[in-house]
Design a protein around this ligand. Structure first.
Ligand code: HEM
Length: 584
């Protein structure tokens, strides 16, 4: 018997099927009838319970003309995303649209839209551009990219770690890293001074000609401070996560054993760069088998980092750190307790109990992902803000002078401050450091108002919804332009200018509105958990370190690239080159 005949024998013959159907005709008819009736009732009820949403059609959203298939993608580079989207928003109004390739993106920039979209996460909106799937498939899941129950479990674990009471205990470790920051800036200051002296020698008349000597300028020699600030913020977040690790410029050592890769900052950059490319790529090449050198490097890096963090969790010995822990429970501790099924009710270390209970609902993969998320979300954001602050201080000498005056009046002259031990420094700083240094706090607020590291949030509608009068179907991608929304409604004059005084001299009503419009750290249930820690780092760095220098811009030829806001994973100012001259 050939294969075809075998198959025929095995399959029921047509006659058999027809006969069976004839015999069961009645039963089939009744079942079909019931199913149709139930379906019709269900559809009817669904239609009644979900009335058609009222509002303008999404197709009537204003925006610039776009090309078919490419949309506006050929009109801007990804680095210029902020400038491009905000220009549309300022020109076309609070609800506008653009197209990234064929994908429509709604640009929402009214305060009420921002509040709605933030407040209704995670139930009605999720992070856009397929962030969840992309991060999951790429092997780097974590709180930032998670949705639904995964997000709830991780958030329940992570949130107590950042309670203000616990964050205040980070004071000592921030002071420790501030001392390293000062040493690094002293070295940087000398290096930039040498470059400056080389470029601008005292001008001499050449005796053989009537011309003076020309200056020399080599942009390749320009330095900026971002790596120094990254190292500071990274050191703090590593200590906070891994229990008093020692941090030597990117190399993390816990109890003399190297636990994190030597070039971890570079590794995290690789991950950010490739993830950003993947999120905005019109054709997802990596998914259809075309993986270039960056993709391969990405895979290796993710595997290496995941393995090293997993090793840290598994090798953790709580007894070795009991003495050193200074009662500040680290994230590693709460993970360790939940993993090792300790009697969690006996845990005395502050903030650990609820976190450990929540962690018991997470997989080891999620734990690793969350530790990596905190490390990466926690340093680049803070470092970029510090870089922006020093640029704004250099560009606004009057503001800088007022900041110096405030800190000198409270802590003493810069030379006296340089002599203070960390205990003396710690004692001199009050519990509410923001109230103690109101002008410095205002500088930080104003820096973040002008250049927040996240001037927009991307969300996707999970259901059909109405935003500012427009009906947006399920699946619509929305960019929530928080900076534009805050500037549109800024209650004080000159919203585009850097004026820290607006945070001090305004009426209580104006201040309240500015605080309401402050979305530097996002908002609603997904608001940044690290915000207290970030603000504490920023004010300590400003008071203890940055105020010890006169900051000026490095003089460059007029044709040099200007300072610009670039959009990477987070936004940062590009081409910031400043000189730090130690004050006496
Ligand atoms: C100046 C510094 C920082 C800024 C401006 C910032 C800003 C933000 C923003 C805008 C979000 C999105 C919030 C939303 O969707 O509503 C976010 C989320 C997040 N941030 Fe920060 N952040 C900073 C520092 C930190 C630090 C120091 C940490 C941790 C050590 C951290 C950890 C996180 C995490 C884990 C999320 C995800 C939260 C979630 O999706 O539930 N951030 N941050």
């Amino acid at each position: 018997m050939n294969q075809l005949e075998q198959l025929r024998q095995w399959l029921p013959s047509t006659e058999k099927v027809v006969k069976a159907a004839e015999e069961n005709r009645q039963a089939v008819a009744v079942t079909a009838g019931v199913v149709s009736l139930v379906g019709a009732v269900h559809l009817y009820r669904k239609k009644r319970s979900a009335p058609k949403l009222q509002g303008k059609s999404i197709n009537s959203l204003p925006g610039p003309d776009s090309l078919p298939i490419f949309g506006h993608s050929l009109q801007f580079k990804m680095d210029e995303l902020n400038a491009f989207t905000e220009a549309i928003s300022w020109k076309y109004g609070e609800m506008a649209q653009m197209f990234i390739g064929p994908m429509r993106v709604v640009l929402a920039s009214s305060p009420q839209a921002v509040e709605k979209l933030f407040r209704e996460r995670p139930n009605n909106f999720k992070r856009s551009f397929n962030i969840e799937k992309e991060f999951q498939n790429s092997g780097v899941p974590g709180l930032f990219s998670m949705e639904g129950d995964d997000w709830r479990h991780s958030r329940a674990w992570l949130f107590p770690q950042f309670a203000p009471g616990k964050i205040n205990k980070t004071k000592q470790l921030i002071i420790k890293h501030a001392t390293s920051l000062r040493k690094s800036l002293d070295i940087f200051s000398k290096e930039v001074e040498e470059i400056n002296n080389k470029w601008y020698p005292s001008v001499e008349q050449d005796p053989n000609t009537r011309y003076t000597k020309t200056n020399f300028y080599d942009p390749a020699e320009l330095k900026n401070t971002i790596d120094i600030f990254s190292s500071f913020a990274f050191g703090v977040v590593i200590d906070f996560s891994f229990a008093h690790a020692t941090h030597y410029g990117g190399r993390i050592v816990i109890d003399k054993e190297e636990c994190l890769p030597e070039n971890i900052l570079e590794d995290i950059k690789v991950i950010f760069t490739v993830m950003r490319r993947r999120l905005f790529q019109i054709v997802p090449w990596h998914k259809i088998g075309f993986r270039d050198a960056d993709d391969r490097k990405f895979d290796e890096t993710v595997a290496k980092l995941n393995q090293s963090v997993q090793n840290i969790i598994e090798d953790y010995d709580p007894n070795a750190y009991k003495e050193k822990s200074d009662k500040m429970s680290t994230m590693l501790e709460s993970l360790w307790y939940s993993l090792n099924h300790q009697d969690i009710n006996k845990i005395e270390t502050s903030g650990l109990l609820s976190a450990s209970k929540a962690a018991s609902k997470m997989s080891i993969k999620d734990m690793v992902g969350n530790l990596l998320t905190v490390i990466s979300a926690g340093y680049d954001t803070t470092a970029n803000t510090m870089q922006t602050m020093v640029h704004l201080l250099a560009a606004n000498p009057d503001v800088q002078q007022k900041l110096h005056a405030e800190v000198d009046a409270i802590l003493g002259s810069p030379s006296a401050r340089r002599q203070m031990s960390s205990d003396e420094t710690s004692e001199a700083i009050e519990e509410n450091v923001f109230a103690q240094f109101p002008y410095t706090s205002a500088v930080i607020n104003e820096t973040q108002r002008l250049h927040p590291v996240a001037p927009f949030a991307g969300v996707e509608a999970i259901h059909d919804t109405v935003v500012d009068g427009y009906v947006l179907p399920k699946g619509t991608n929305i960019m929530v332009l928080t900076r534009v929304a805050a500037m549109r409604c800024c209650p004080t004059p000159d919203p585009f200018l850097f004026k820290p005084e607006r945070w001090i001299d305004s009426t209580p009503e104006q201040k309240k509105q500015m605080e309401r419009l402050d979305w530097t750290f996002g908002g609603g249930p997904r608001v940044c958990p690290g915000r207290h820690m970030a603000n504490l780092e920023l004010i300590y760095a400003a008071v203890l370190v940055i105020s010890l220098y006169d900051i000026t811009e490095v003089a460059r030829p007029p044709s040099a690239y200007p300072v610009m806001e670039g959009a990477r994973f987070t936004s940062m100012l590009e081409n910031v080159h400043v000189r730090f001259t130690p004050r006496t």
